[in-house]
Design a protein. Sequence first.
Length: 352
Amino acid sequence: MAIAAGRAFERVSAGERCVDGTHGGAGGRADLRSPSRSAAAAAAASRLTIRSEVDDAMDALHARMVTYNAAIQAKGHLKAGFARESTSGADLGSYDRWEAEYRAYRRTLADFALQLEAYNTDRLRRLGGWRLPATPDVPVHGSGAPQRRDIQLGTLRNTAFTLSPLLSERECAAMIETADAIGCRPLVSTLTRSERSNTRAILTDPALAARLWAAVRAHVPPVVKSSEGEWVPYNVSEQLRLCRYLRGEHFGAHKDDRFKNRDVSLFSMMTIVIYLNDGFEGGRLNFLRHEGAGGVVASVRPAAGMACVFDQLLLHEGERLEAGTKWLLRADVVYIKKGVNRRAVHKHRAAV
């Protein structure tokens, strides 16, 4: 399935089109001679309903991708595929055809993910950004910084901790409002709904990533050793994921993928999960034993504004949501190989 960029990010010539069919832009300005609170409120609300032709085009493209993804998954070989070593000679042709189709499928998913990320980033720009409060109402602790609480993982020696509050309730509310306007969509990925059933939106936001980095950089491990050498903290990836869970949705037991850049000088090693709301039932973050079905080692109950930061080697799950809606922001802490020229590295890219 080929993906055509089409008229990506093209604006309606007469301005942005609202859902009621009217247009904004130069032809739709409010009368500034008699401002009122109601007019200001209406203007704030209308920015969240602005749509253009590209939004309709992306809706249609996403629907086609969902259908295509389901068709591939229905073949039942998405994870295991064929075992070439145990395939008889008569079946090798079928194996090779499936292998070629699966490679094309993965390329198509990757291309679509990049296009959807660019669309979401542009949608955020067209909405006017997050519109976060100018003066956060986070309670100020003695240090003026969020409080850290280490998560006890028993015999596991990986790093996991919470920082609270990282965002104020007003900031969280503003982000949810804008995230809802951007639109979280069902995943188009190799994962089935039995493994993961929430919706999300991936976008790029350097400013927000820089803010998260400033908040967590003093708390992440200063050095990580691996078979490839030593790594030191570099930044928070500009690629961010907004996730929404409705009743019954979950993310099964998994380890977060560790993503690297082309020359393997940058590597994601820590995950940041920031909860944007609370008041729902279920939906806890559970850390699990690595050996078999060892059960829950530690559990984090989400709270609005709280961040949970943890090693991407940790097995964990997003518990089934029993009632309400759960919103979160997901990011990666990136490390750089010790001794690498920071100005010469290729840009890091995270998950699709």
